[in-house]
Design a protein around this ligand. Structure first.
Ligand code: SF4
Length: 125
């Protein structure tokens, strides 16, 4: 049996979770203590079995009143896909105007998310 400690990041409470797992290469959770709600327990389980992350970055804009539009994933992606998704984002260029919520890259690197704009960029000549 092995023990792992994690801090839950789902809400600002930051509960300290203590997880007991079976020894072996496959992750088999025996118990989760310290989380004060089910959402936290679900997060701990996911973090240990298939961790997910959201990404925030920027994409260059042509003819915009800002040279860069801030973007983020509209859903969490598998941790192992971050590099591939960032590569797609780095290659992308867009033309103004851009509006908050515009999908600038659908399903990057085969993930089930979209890269969306998080600011408005107006067209300028
Ligand atoms: S376990 Fe629940 S209360 Fe504690 S940090 Fe996680 S979400 Fe918040």
């Amino acid at each position: 049996m092995k023990k792992k400690n994690l801090v839950c990041i789902v809400c600002p409470n930051g509960c300290d979770a203590e997880v007991l797992m079976e020894d072996g290469s496959e992750i088999k959770i025996l118990s989760i203590d310290g989380c004060t709600c089910d959402k936290g327990k679900e997060w701990v389980e996911q973090e240990l079995t298939h961790p997910m992350r959201t990404i925030a970055s920027g994409i260059p804009v042509e003819q915009g009143d800002f040279k860069l539009v801030s973007v983020r994933t509209d859903a969490p992606i598998p941790l192992g896909k971050i590099f591939d998704v960032m590569t797609v984002i780095k290659r992308r260029r867009v033309k103004a105007p851009v509006n908050i919520g515009d999908i600038l890259v659908p399903n990057p690197a085969g993930t089930a998310c979209n890269i969306i704009a998080t600011r408005n960029v107006k067209f300028t000549e």
